[in-house]
Design a protein around this ligand. Sequence first.
Ligand code: NAD
Ligand code: UDP
Length: 335
Amino acid sequence: MKILVTGGVGYIGSHTCCELLANNYEVVIIDNLSNSSIDVVAKIEKITGKKVTFYEGDVCKKEILSKIFKQEKIDAVIHFAGYKAVGESVEKPLMYYRNNIDSTLSLLEVMKEYNCKKIVFSSSATVYGNPETLPITEDFPLHTTNPYGTTKLMIEQILADLYKADNNWSIAILRYFNPIGAHKSGIIGENPNGIPNNLMPYIVKVATKELKELNIFGNDYNTKDGTGIRDYIHVIDLAQGHIKAIEKITKEKGIDTYNLGTGNGYSVLDLVNTFKMVNHVDIPYKIVERRKGDIAICYASTKKAEKLLNWTAKLTLEDMCRDSYNYAIKNRKDK
Ligand code: NAD
Ligand code: UDP
């Protein structure tokens, strides 16, 4: 089976490509490298010992998509391509709506034209806003607080309307919680440009002494140690969730939404302490003001994915901390 992976050179996409190849899928990637580097294509091939077909191009542009669908016999698509920085989306909403919505519409139109009607879409737990109770199940009310989240919600709606109009589609919407970690080999991982916004990449840069100390955004939340709680999931577990979603949409038509998380909530201090313990490094930190827009606690109910996708996350917080650091160290040595 041949899978088109949009944004396949990025963080989650590259790990998913490795899992797809390991499971004997053929992989075709389209990526415009706006947030990734071409070297990753060779790295995926190095890890797996298999070839991928790479097209450099913009998923908003139907011409290149048509060319791909004409040349390759694509059976299903995993759609990762998009912008993902919450803060940037508040400052540049039009850029976010243009890229995330346009790319999806172009992709769906071309898929329809070539009668390829199987798609897995990367959504996010951000669509739940500030949940009233926990754990979060897929039927919770949806509410977004920034343009990035709204693009995800809009795309979910587009997919729902598309299925309503044509029941031949098979659609899996995956709502990711907090992906961290890296491939065990240390060859691929998360590599944000500039000063990271997210917790794990920031901790890694403090560990490697590229940044002086971590700012912990508030210790006065109503949580066990006052710091924010999230459901961190290893990117390899997440990647494997995509394989299960592909299996599901290949078997049956329909549209469904699944949380991909571990179901466990860890605080900022849990992550800092685990990282220090497994990697034997110091992570100096100071407590600062809460970050605007942050919620106190967010973790998934994973029952639906367990039952319908036959998938559960297996890797631990220790694995996530070890693999994130291992990737950072290896990458520094490579430079
Ligand atoms: P990433 O930025 O590492 O990967 C996205 C890739 O898409 C990049 O390689 C980028 O170059 C490419 N891209 C962007 N716009 C494109 C376009 N118009 N045409 C072609 N390529 C384009 O991000 P990621 O962390 O791997 O996230 C993948 C998907 O998962 C995104 O849709 C993101 O919103 C979603 N998601 C990510 C997280 C997270 O914490 N990383 C959480 C929830 C959802
Ligand atoms: N966080 C922090 N310092 C940072 C980055 C994040 O204390 O430099 C906290 C943040 O307040 C939240 C948790 O870490 O409680 C996870 O934040 P991240 O941005 O990684 O994920 P999100 O908030 O989008 O779920």
